[in-house]
Design a protein around this ligand. Structure first.
Ligand code: TPP
Length: 658
């Protein structure tokens, strides 16, 4: 291997050696512990150390790095105390996730490291968001994010590179091309000559680098980082290396030809560098022994600390409290001045006033800038706040949700507009796996609101009409709001944006322009988890939300003899069960009306909870009325048959007569 030291001094040369040696020696020890059953799994980075060390050494401590499962050297180069890493791997409280997640699946703001989630790709988009925050807040920083060669096949890779290039974000996309993705060789993973070639398609500079040569890695990354700090732009780096051990230890390397092992064994980044340093007179055998003994004793000492730590105790309150970041709701009472506006105007006003309140709030979505969004919620926003904060995005929901997470990690707030709630399916993974789980895993907030224009009865067919709140109410860690009126929409949106937890904010398209209300013109907030009692009566309790509320109101108007409590849930997570219980205690009958198809919807859970907790108050069976178990059809007659409106009145009368 050819080393070019350029102007690197001896101390730094030696530091690189020590930095590479440490993860190698930790790994050697971990492999022993694994065989003894003292740690659960091990993903080895043996043979790939030069990449982690080179990249981490080239970046400044205040710059974020997003490593993968083979980048132990990033963690050790950032000087995380080893006992914390050991506790993390043993699932103990001293680790970064307090036993809640394993291996390298954690982040730490203290060390500016944001670890992977298992799904590999999403962190590439997170890096975009982190870099965007740096650009918007004028910090001349670079962000480095890692992926394996296998991970480059994920859509997230494409989306993140595309976004970074269109937005000129200072991200170093570091591919560790180590020959295999689990057992799949690169020839079955991609069909271009080099992964670096993909840069061309994104209009992005790219380089292929010998990933086993620490000086080459360090020099190139240092040069690029300096340049990116001055002139923000993304760069794609393909580091050639090899995975010398199994994907994880249990899976072995049988599928790897011996010749490849030999070839790459001879290119070991540490052994070769060691010989070079000896030849340069920077290192000698005695010094090597001393260094190894020092690292060995550091490892032993810190392992001891981790072993002495007790296993984590399960405490229900602690675990449940970790799911969401604490948020103390601040009531801002509405001014008396009101204006009669539509639901869509209320959303727009609420969003605009939050943009005025928070300089660090960024809105992202398709066609939301000059065009104002397909529903015109952000019309005029560019003039008021500029294109930096009102950002048109490419069509890439997953990448943008991940970028929103990155903005939050780097201290900003984000609102993402899904063009239609239906398209959240293309951003589903980062919503349910990244945003929802971050606080529980490593106490990191996800200060992101996802606006969801949703709902049927608009003749728009299966892909522009869904009301898909049940996809999200099922996932711990998310909050879900679903206002039915302009007043609620404005106040709840303000609260959603104040709340540092991820919120899915459903806005029914059918109500956007049909429902008017007097709404305070100034900023105000409304609390989550508080239903509204819209009508009072003691014969029956009707519970609904969104468009269902208006269908119920229509029926109650048509049949004034029905005396019902009508409860508008307003938020589905948190859910105000207390209001429902209080009403049931009075009426003894409950009917739930839900626009979504029945099975697995929020009505089912409310029904179960009432059965479990207020059974003795019930004078009849609980009725759930919802759409049919089928996709939403386009044609008006079919859609009417699908929706529950007509079935509701029948069920209501049946239950009243029970
Ligand atoms: C979305 C997703 N699909 C599949 C997996 C299972 N899986 C974990 S790592 C891996 C291989 C990754 O290969 P590569 O990106 O080349 O990284 P390497 O392990 O070689 O460093 C696979 C298939 C996963 N974690 N996430």
């Amino acid at each position: 291997m050819e080393y070019q030291r350029k102007d690197i001094d001896n101390t730094t040369l030696l530091d690189f050696y020590k930095r590479m040696l440490k993860p190698r020696m930790i790994e050697d020890r971990m492999l022993i512990l694994l065989r003894q059953g003292k740690i659960s799994k091990w993903f080895s980075g043996i043979g790939q150390e030069a990449i982690s060390i080179g990249v981490a050494s080239a970046l400044k401590p205040e710059e974020y790095i997003l490593p993968m499962h083979r980048n132990l050297g990033v963690f050790t180069t950032r000087e995380i105390p080893l006992h914390r890493l050991f506790s993390q791997w043993q699932g103990k409280a001293g680790g970064f996730t307090k036993g809640r997640d394993r291996s390298f699946h954690f982040g730490t703001q203290e060390y500016k490291i944001v670890g992977m989630i298992s799904h590999l790709g999403p962190q590439l988009g997170v890096a975009d968001g982190i870099a965007l925050a740096d650009v918007l807040q004028n910090r001349p920083h670079v962000t480095a994010v890692f992926t394996g060669d296998g991970g480059t096949s994920e859509g997230d890779f494409h989306e993140a590179l595309n976004i970074a290039s269109v937005w000129k974000l200072p991200v170093l996309f570091c591919i560790e091309n180590n020959g295999y993705g689990l057992s799949t060789p690169t020839s079955e993973q991609y069909n271009c000559k080099k992964l670096a070639d993909k840069g061309v398609g994104y209009g992005m500079e790219s380089y292929t680098i010998n990933g086993n040569n620490i000086l080459e890695v360090y020099s190139k990354v240092t040069e690029l980082a300096q340049s990116l700090r001055k002139e923000p732009r993304p760069v794609l780096l393909e580091f050639l290396t090899f995975r010398m051990r199994g994907h994880e230890e249990a899976s072995g390397t049988k599928y790897v030809p011996d010749t490849l092992m030999e070839e790459w064994g001879a290119k070991d980044p540490i052994a070769n560098y060691e010989s070079y340093l000896i030849a340069e007179g920077v290192l000698d055998v005695m010094k090597i022994d001393i260094l190894k003994a020092e690292i060995e004793s550091e490892i032993s000492e810190h392992l001891q600390l981790a072993f002495e730590e007790p296993q984590v105790d399960f405490n229900t309150t602690n675990e449940l409290n970790a799911v969401y970041k604490d948020f103390i709701y601040t009531e801002v009472t509405p001014d008396t001045k009101v204006e009669k506006i539509r639901l869509v105007d209320a959303v727009s006003q609420g969003l605009r006033q939050s943009m005025e309140k928070y300089d660090d709030l960024v809105i992202m979505g398709q066609d939301i800038a000059d065009y104002g969004g397909v529903f015109k919620v952000t019309e005029g926003f560019v003039d008021a706040f500029g294109k930096e904060r009102v950002r048109n995005t490419p069509i890439c929901e997953s990448g943008i949700v991940a970028a929103a997470m990155g903005l939050s990690i780097n201290g900003m707030k984000a609102v993402v507009e899904m063009q239609f709630a239906d398209f959240a399916s293309s951003g589903f993974n980062p919503i349910v796996n990244y945003l929802a789980k971050s606080h529980y895993r490593w106490s990191e907030k996800a200060d992101v609101v996802i606006r969801m224009p949703c709902g049927g009865d608009v003749g728009a067919g299966p892909f522009h009409s869904q009301t898909n709140e049940a996809w999200f109410t099922k996932t711990p860690g998310l909050k879900v709001a679903y206002p039915a009126f302009p007043y609620d929409a404005k106040g709840l949106l303000a609260t959603a944006i104040n709340d540092p937890n991820p919120v899915l904010f459903f806005e029914h398209k059918g109500l956007y322009r049909s429902i008017y209300q007097d709404v305070p013109t100034e900023y105000y907030t409304l609390p989550f988890g508080k239903a509204a009692l819209l009508k009072e009566g003691d014969q029956i309790t009707i519970v609904s939300y969104g468009a269902g509320i208006h269908w119920a109101l229509e029926i109650l108007e048509k049949y004034p003899e029905i005396e019902a409590d009508l409860i508008d849930l307003r938020t589905l997570m948190p859910l105000d069960m207390e209001s429902i219980y209080t009403s049931i205690e009075k009426t003894g009958k409950l009917i739930l009306l839900q626009e979504d198809s029945l099975f697995g919807g929020i009505s089912s859970d409310i029904s179960a909870l009432v059965m479990e907790n207020r059974f003795e108050y019930l004078d009849g069976p609980i009725k759930r009325v919802a759409s049919l178990e089928m996709p939403i059809p386009f044609s008006k007659t079919l859609e009417n048959g699908y929706l529950p409106k007509e079935r509701f009145v029948v069920a209501l009368k049946e239950l009243l007569a029970y």
